[in-house]
Ligand binder design. Structure first.
Ligand code: PLP
Length: 408
């Protein structure tokens, strides 16, 4: 008899986006002609920059030649890309990362999901609330949590509420936590934190021998000068943090797939008898067994994001999204909504009007404006009463959606 991993039964039935799709489907059955504008799922809409498509075409052509053929690549990814990452994403900000500390992957979702595997089940996990659901659900699947309560909060997880009162920046835990997921710029709230705030987290982690899992998937959207792009800008962070990056939103790779994480050599976790073990080699071992690398074509495309033309072209797309974000912020504020985010992130986090629940506001927006957003409650109990809009749609769709919201 095959026994199930019963932790899967603890997961809440409907993951957020399937429930959104279900409601849209029901709506469309009754309103076949409605032109529904999606500002819900955080997927990009601008086509890939030509610097990237040209690099990928060249890579494909190479693969069709005897000299240029590439089979299985190095498990940590190609050095041609890792060297560019070290140079452009870190050295340029005064951070020293070695090529062997970079692990190229097919995106930050897999990395942020898989990383928990290298840690013991007895670790206490801390997450922000609201939160990108992947961090929580993968820990549930692994058996690091108890069942969920009526608010959808799982036992044993330490939830750190992020509200307007704390500027959507979680307070330091008052108890021992061992694995801390932080995401800045944040999905869903669009919040960022200062270097001083990150330094307090690094200090906490050093004091408590904890590891920070820092998701920087949206760092390219930072527009303000004094906001850190990497946790390693904080001194001592290499001893306590793993950082995740993605080309998905910055360079339009949601379909192409490429990302990476940095596991510094100084970073340790401990055996039960207190022996310090280097996590870089453990993650290398894990990836070597379970992952065969991002495709050569994706990595060639990712490398092109660092060329002069690539940098310029991806920035043009980011500017389009951030212009959308600015317009959403401005219009909704003028309409009297309380809006957050959208300055250093492609997400706008708005307070639902008249104390509506976030799903009720979802239904109103869908039925009356034919606009889809994401209910805050889907990201955690503290997201109730909030709503996320993304800045990724085409600008004309954003303008039209805002016109319709204005008429509500
Ligand atoms: N991390 C955060 C916070 C995200 O919002 C997302 C995607 O929406 C990801 C990671 C996943 O990115 P990728 O497409 O690289 O898997």
């Amino acid at each position: 008899m095959a026994i199930l991993n019963e932790n899967f039964l603890k997961l809440k039935a409907g993951y957020l986006f399937p429930e959104i799709s279900r409601r849209i489907k029901v709506f469309k059955q009754n309103h076949a002609d409605a032109d529904v504008i999606s500002m819900g799922i955080g997927d990009v809409t601008q086509p890939l920059p030509t610097a990237i498509t040209e690099a990928m075409k060249k890579a494909v052509a190479e693969l069709g030649t005897s000299n240029g053929f590439h089979g299985y690549g190095p498990e940590r990814g190609y050095d041609f890309l890792a060297n560019l990452i070290v140079q452009h994403d870190y050295k340029s900000r005064g951070v020293d990362i070695e090529t062997t500390e970079v692990f190229i992957s097919d995106g930050a979702k897999c990395d942020t999901a898989n990383i928990q595997e290298i840690f013991g089940l007895e670790n206490t996990v801390a997450v922000a609330d609201p939160v990108y659901p992947v961090y929580v659900d993968t820990n549930v699947m692994a058996g690091r949590t108890g069942p969920s309560d009526e608010n959808g909060r799982y036992g044993k997880i330490v939830y750190m509420p992020c509200t307007a009162e704390n500027d959507f920046s979680p307070e330091l835990p008052t108890q021992q936590v061992d694995l801390i997921y932080l995401c800045f710029p944040n999905n869903p709230t669009g919040a960022v934190v200062s270097k001083e705030t990150l330094a307090r987290w690094v200090e906490y982690a050093r004091e408590h021998k904890a590891v920070i899992l820092f998701d920087a998937a949206y760092e390219a959207f930072i527009t303000e000068d004094d906001i850190p792009h990497s946790i390693y800008e904080v001194q001592g962070a290499k001893e306590v943090a793993i950082e995740f990056r993605s080309y998905s939103k910055s360079a339009g790779f949601t379909g192409v797939r490429c990302g990476y994480c940095v596991v510094p050599r100084q970073l340790k976790a401990y055996t039960k008898d207190g022996q310090a073990i280097d996590l870089n080699s453990i993650w290398n071992r894990r990836q070597g067994t379970k992952f065969n690398g991002a495709s050569y074509i994706s990595q060639a495309g990712a490398a092109a994001t660092y060329s002069d033309a690539g940098k310029k072209q991806i920035q043009e797309n980011i500017d389009i999204y951030m212009k959308n974000a600015g317009l959403i912020r401005k219009t909704l504020s003028e309409l009297g909504y309380e809006v957050h985010g959208g300055v250093n992130a492609p997400y706008i986090w708005l307070k639902t009007p008249n104390e509506m629940t976030s799903w009720d506001f979802f239904d109103v927006l869908l039925n009356k404006a034919h606009v889809v957003g994401t209910p805050g409650a889907g990201f955690g109990a503290a997201g109730e009463g909030y709503f996320r809009l993304t800045a990724f749609p085409q600008p004309n769709n954003v303008e039209e959606a805002l016109r319709r919201i204005a008429k509500l």
